[in-house]
Design a protein around this ligand. Structure first.
Ligand code: NAD
Length: 481
C-alpha cells in the first residue's frame, strides 16, 4: 500500500492542509493500492499565490528560455517512461498499448510545443498597429482520469510555451500517477511556482480555482456537466475558458464502403481506451440495405476483442476505472435492453473469469433509434450502438442529431463523396477511412462538446491575449497579418 501525502507548491513537496484521505484500488483486482491525502481550498489558494508570484518573471522570459524549459520537461518525463507506464496500468487499468501511447504522448507534447515556438511570432503587425500576443495570466488546468499524464502535459506545455504559470488539479482518481509525474516535472528544474499541483476534489480545489480572481483562465477536460459548472463559475471573474467535454461521436458508413475494413475499424474506434475515451465513435450509422452484413461483422469484431489483464499486450479492453464507472456502464447496458434494442454481443455482468475487477463485456446493440437514451448519452465504456438509414441525407441528419460535436468518422470507397459528407458533419474532427494522430491539428468540440481548441497553433493562441499598440514609432511590416 502506497501513501500519497504531499502536494507540490512553489517548487516544493509539502503536506497538504486538507485532511481527507481517499483509498484507491487497482481496478483490475480491486486490491487497495494507495491512501491519498487530498488537498483542500486552502491548498488551492496557496498554489494560486505561488503561481501568481512566479508569473511576474516567468511571463517575461524569452521564447528561447521557454524552449529550453520545454526540452527539459520532455527529457525529465521521458526519462521515467517505464515507471510512468507501470503506474498508469496499476492505477488506471489502461491496456498496455494505449497506456504506452499515452505515456509517450505526454512527453512528446513538450517537444511539440517547443517546435511550435520556433516559428511562432509573438509580435505581429496589422496596418499601423503592433500586435503583441501576451500570456493572459495564471492558468488553472483541471484534468480527468482517462489519460492523466497526457492531459496534464499537453496543457502544461502550452501554458509554459505562452509564458504562463500554472495550478494543476488532476483527477483525485489519478493520484499515484500524478505523484510520479510531479517528481518528473520537478526534476526539470523550472523556477519555483511555475508549476503547482494540487490533487483534491473538484468540488473543493476545482471550485476554488474556478472562482479565484487570480486565475485568468481555466483549461478543463472532463464531463459536459462539470464543464458547465466551471463556465458558470468562471464568468464572475471573466476567466477565459477552454472546455474539452464529452462526446457521442457518429461513425458514418456510406453504402459504398468496404465493410470488411470499415466495421472492424468502427469497433476499434468505439472501444479505444477501453471505451473510456471522449472521442470514441460509439454511434455506428449504417445503410439499411447492408445492415445484416454490418451486424455480422460488428459481432465478430466485438467478440474478437480480448478483455482482461491490461499488462498483456494482446488485451484490447481493460477494466473500467472504478466501481462507479462499472455501474454506469452496466446501467446503460441494461437500459439498452429495456429500451428494446437488439443485443448482438456482450450484455450485463462481468466476462467469465474476470469477476474480481471492474471488467465489462464489450457490447453491441442493433436496431437502435435516435430516441433511445443509449443513442444520445455518453456511456464512456465499450458499448457500440448501430443505427440504420435509407438515404445519405438521413444519415447526415442522424450524425448531427446530438448535443455533442467532438469527433466523427466517415467510411466510403469514394474519397470525394466522403469529403462532401465530412463537410456536413458538425464536429471538431473528422476521420475519413481510418484512425489518425496529428498532435499539431486543433482538437475540441462544437456544441456541448466544449469551447475552444487545444494543440498546435490554435491551442497556443488560447493561452494568449492580443494587445494592439499604435503610435509605437517602430518600423512596421505592413504586409504581415
Ligand atoms: P469529470 O468532469 O467528473 O471530472 C474532470 C475533472 O474535473 C476532475 O479533476 C474533477 O475532480 C474535476 N471537477 C469535478 N467537479 C468539479 C467542479 N465543480 N469544479 C471544478 N472541477 C471539478 O470527468 P471525469 O469523470 O474525470 O472524466 C470523464 C469525462 O471527461 C467524460 O465525460 C469524457 O467525455 C470527458 N473527457 C473529455 C475529453 C475531451 O478532450 N473532450 C477527453 C477526456 C475525457
Amino acid at each position: 500500500m502506497k501513501t500519497v501525502d504531499h502536494i507540490y507548491i512553489n517548487g516544493s513537496f509539502i503536506k497538504p492542509h486538507g485532511k481527507e484521505v481517499l483509498e484507491l484500488v487497482n481496478p483490475s483486482t480491486r486490491a487497495a493500492i494507495a491512501r491519498v491525502t487530498l488537498a483542500d481550498e486552502q491548498d488551492a489558494q496557496a498554489a494560486i499565490a505561488a503561481a501568481k508570484a512566479a508569473y511576474q518573471s516567468f511571463s517575461r522570459t524569452s521564447k528561447e528560455q521557454r524552449m529550453a524549459y520545454l526540452q527539459r520537461l520532455h527529457d525529465a518525463v521521458a526519462a521515467r517512461s517505464e515507471e510512468l507506464l507501470e503506474v498508469m496500468i496499476e492505477e488506471y487499468g489502461g491496456p498496455l498499448r494505449i497506456s504506452k501511447a499515452s505515456t509517450q504522448r505526454a512527453a512528446d507534447s513538450f517537444l511539440q510545443a517547443r517546435e511550435l515556438l520556433k516559428t511562432f511570432e509573438f509580435v505581429q503587425h496589422v496596418g499601423i498597429s503592433k500586435v503583441v500576443l501576451e500570456p493572459l495570466g495564471v492558468v488553472g488546468l483541471i484534468t480527468p482520469w482517462n489519460a492523466n499524464y497526457s492531459f496534464i502535459c499537453s496543457k502544461l506545455a502550452m501554458a509554459v510555451a505562452a509564458g504562463s504559470t500554472a495550478v494543476i488539479k488532476p483527477s483525485e482518481l489519478s493520484a499515484l500517477q500524478t505523484q510520479l509525474l510531479t517528481e518528473c516535472l520537478h526534476a526539470a528544474g523550472l523556477p519555483p511556482g511555475v508549476i503547482n499541483i494540487v490533487t483534491g476534489r473538484g468540488a473543493t480545489v476545482g471550485a476554488e480555482m474556478t472562482r479565484h480572481p487570480d486565475i485568468a483562465k481555466i483549461s478543463f477536460t472532463g464531463s459536459t456537466l462539470v464543464g458547465k459548472t466551471i463556465a458558470r463559475g468562471a464568468v464572475d471573474t471573466m476567466k477565459r475558458v477552454t472546455l474539452e467535454l464529452g462526446g457521442k461521436s457518429p461513425n458514418l458508413i456510406l453504402d459504398d464502403a468496404d465493410l470488411a475494413t470499415a466495421i472492424p475499424l468502427a469497433v476499434a474506434a468505439a472501444t479505444v481506451n477501453s471505451g473510456q475515451a471522449c472521442m470514441a465513435g460509439t454511434r455506428l450509422i449504417v445503410p439499411e440495405s447492408r445492415l445484416d452484413e454490418v451486424k455480422r461483422l460488428a459481432t465478430d469484431a466485438m467478440q474478437a476483442l480480448r478483455v482482461g489483464n491490461p499488462r498483456d499486450s494482446a488485451t484490447a479492453i481493460g477494466p473500467m476505472v472504478t466501481q462507479t464507472q462499472y455501474d454506469r456502464v452496466q446501467g446503460y447496458i441494461r437500459l439498452g435492453i429495456e429500451e428494446g434494442a437488439e443485443l448482438l454481443s456482450g450484455g450485463p455482468g462481468h466476462p467469465a473469469g474476470l469477476e474480481d475487477g471492474y471488467f465489462v463485456k464489450p457490447t453491441v446493440f442493433a436496431n437502435v433509434t435516435m430516441d433511445m437514451r443509449i443513442a444520445k448519452e455518453e456511456i464512456f465504456g465499450p458499448v457500440l450502438v448501430i443505427l440504420s438509414y435509407k438515404t445519405e441525407d438521413e444519415a447526415i441528419e442522424m450524425a448531427n442529431d446530438t448535443i455533442y460535436g467532438l469527433h466523427a468518422f466517415v467510411s466510403s470507397s469514394d474519397l470525394g463523396r466522403a469529403n462532401r459528407v465530412a463537410a456536413q458533419i458538425v464536429a471538431g474532427r473528422v476521420f475519413i477511412n481510418g484512425m489518425y494522430d496529428e498532435p499539431r491539428a486543433p482538437f475540441g468540440g462544437f456544441k456541448q462538446s466544449g469551447i475552444g481548441r487545444e494543440f498546435g497553433r490554435y491551442g497556443l493562441e488560447a493561452y494568449l491575449e492580443p494587445k494592439a499598440v499604435m503610435g509605437h514609432g517602430e518600423t512596421s511590416n505592413e504586409n504581415t497579418q
